[in-house]
Design a protein. Structure first.
Length: 403
């Protein structure tokens, strides 16, 4: 049995599997929460209302997903899943009749799991419950990638409950307020611009114009465009993962270059890295800004193993840009910096160059889950920073948003 963290994924082959969710205290979990599995198309939306499988609707239209037993155990025949179905999401919600204030945070443990047809446990995802104030959640998902099924730990919560979850799957509701990511000891900020606009950075990961950035960069945006000295295009949101602060966009006109992820070892402690992006909303000029530094820690704030820490200086607006190694390959997605004001209030000291990036492995898993075939290469000898910067200008862009 292997334990997963949010964002991680594993191949699961084909045939019959069992997916379930459980929690503690067991009796309270069964009384207060209800589970379901939702069959989704390639755009992440429900194809039909009958594709929500639960105790009330125990079988999907194609017969591939069946509710097995309470509180939330489902039998899935992966070979029988309709071709139109790209992913199957395991969702969990607080029962509507419960008093206000009943959230996932009241439980001691919540875990999703996957077993083979014989019941042998293969994968386990224990949900981090600290400060979980949501009432609906995508706990995990099964998805197709290059003809193979994979299991992904998600943990994406919705404080607005069922209306927000329904809107996420394509059923809009005026009652669903926008979801916002919780702030931790690090701060996620985007650069403000005149007229209610805001900006960040993104980078192209596929020749058809798929662009990766942070979710907080484009959150609440009605209009999104990208520009660089060599390109300009309109962007539309394809898929968002607020929990891991990632978003996938698609350009109407693909940029001239595509970023390469690094194959082989993850970023190593002490190795040289480069940040290229558009900080401070253009106040430093209309072109990209380049800074260099080192990987200073392999974990993020609060011992978050999804992130790494680096010293290359960043400012507001760098969020969503690539963290590149000495060969110009992506090893992370710049996401936040230490909250200097809070640390100064606590210690009297002002921290310098304490910045964080989402590890490339998590970003690659996100792209796999959305069906995007990213490009990668083995890291080779270090190249001059000037050569890397010249290459990166073809795939790194300023993301400009309007509410």
């Amino acid at each position: 049995m292997q334990e997963l963290q949010a964002g991680q994924n594993r191949p699961i082959g084909a045939g019959r599997v069992v997916v379930g969710v459980s929690g503690e205290p067991e009796d309270e979990f069964a009384l207060r929460l209800q589970a379901g599995m939702t069959l989704l198309g390639g755009d992440g939306r429900m194809i039909d209302l009958d594709d929500l499988v639960s105790a009330e609707r125990p079988c999907s239209r194609d017969g591939s997903v069946r509710f097995a037993c309470p509180p939330g155990e489902f039998q899935i025949d992966l070979d029988a899943v309709a071709q139109a179905v790209a992913r199957i999401a395991l969702v969990l919600t607080v029962r509507p009749a419960l008093p206000r204030g009943t959230t996932f945070g009241v439980f001691n443990a919540i875990r999703a799991w996957l077993a083979d047809a014989s019941g042998q446990l293969l994968l386990l995802f224990p949900l981090p419950l600290a400060s979980r104030g949501e009432t609906a959640m995508i706990l995990a998902e099964l998805y197709r990638y290059q003809g193979q099924w994979k299991f992904r730990a998600v943990g994406q919560g919705f404080a607005a409950g069922l209306p927000a979850l329904a809107a996420h799957f394509g059923f809009k509701s005026s009652e669903a307020p926008p979801e916002r990511a919780a702030a931790g000891e690090s701060e996620r900020r985007r650069a403000p611009s005149p007229g209610g606009a805001f900006s960040g950075t993104g980078f192209c990961v596929h020749p058809e114009g798929y662009v990766l950035t942070n979710h907080h960069v484009i959150e609440d945006a009605r209009e999104i465009v990208a520009r660089s000295p060599r390109h300009r295009c309109a962007l539309e949101l394809v898929f968002a993962d607020p929990t891991n602060d990632l978003a996938l966009l698609r350009a109407d006109v693909p940029p001239p270059g595509v970023a390469m992820f690094r194959d082989g070892p993850q970023a190593r402690l002490g190795e040289a890295v480069m940040v290229i992006g558009y900080p401070l909303g253009g106040l430093l000029g209309s072109g990209p800004q380049v800074t260099t530094g080192n990987v200073s820690s392999l974990i993020g704030p609060g011992d978050d193993t999804r992130a790494l820490q680096f010293t290359a200086p960043t400012q507001v607006g760098n969020s969503g840009g690539p963290l590149l190694d000495g060969d110009g390959a992506v090893v992370g997605v710049v996401s936040s910096k230490l909250n200097a004001v809070r640390i100064h209030e606590m210690t009297g000291d002002v921290p310098q160059n304490v910045n964080f990036a989402i590890k490339a492995a998590l970003a690659r898993g996100f792209l796999e889950a959305t069906g995007v075939d990213y490009q990668s290469r083995a890291s080779s000898n270090a190249r001059p920073a000037t050569a890397i910067a010249a290459e990166a200008q073809n795939f790194v862009m300023k993301i400009e948003c309007r509410e």
